[in-house]
Ligand binder design. Sequence first.
Ligand SMILES: [Zn+2]
Length: 287
Amino acid sequence: MIEDINRDVFVRIQTDLLVVGDSIMTDRHHASNGNYEDDDPQNQIGGIIPAFPLSGWLRHGMEEVVHKYDGTACHPGEASANFMKSDVYERDLDDGYHEKGACTDNPKEDDGCVVFDLFGGFGGVPGKVMRRPIKFNPVRSSVDYTRGQAEGHYRRLNRNIVSRNREDNREPLRNAEVDAVANLDGCWHLSFRETKPEFIGLLAESIDFLDLHKTDFMHQLGGARNFGAGIVDCHLINPLYEERELKRVFDRGKGNTNKMDEKDDQWAEEYRPAFVEALEERIGEGP
Ligand SMILES: [Zn+2]
């Protein structure tokens, strides 16, 4: 069954507002079509949402799924990274995590736990899933969903940072400008260096988990969550779809073809349960 799954899979990501620190890269000086005022709602600015925050968001969802099946996951941080936080680290190790890389004696030979297998990050091993950045563009007709792109509208938000000292009476200290993407809708492209049934099972389960927990603070994406950014609707686009079927998902004028409905049934009834079972088995074998 796994041989029917392409190395490239896509997750649909929709959010009203996303703030990724100051790390959204824009093309405002190049492709803005003469309209590059960043506070103009009609601006033509596109840009890139880097892979790093997306990757952390997904990984956290995957860790929760591993915990649900009574497994432990590789800790995302280095054991020696920050001794100031060693109590937090120790607490995590008691709570569903093992030390990063502790699941494998030889990372080049032995795959370790499923999270390590996917994300690597120890002993020079890169992990088997490549997480790509999302390129966004405000003009839907120039968005190529099959290449992991999205429609999205660049915004610059202004925030007043006020003093928290009571006696200062909320005196403004400074004004901060924050890069944001509004009304994002598109595809996040993941490529597997190697496909395994448990990888697809874990991806499917974790995307469902993240969608279900999208309003939980800790499963939101990016920053500025305290003012409502980063609540993401997400779902795994049926990995059995072909390219033209994937495009059709984003075509508001068209619905599913019969073939797509058929594939949805196959996915839900045969493929997904088999892949989730493979995941349970892999986790059951221990880290
Ligand atoms: Zn591990």
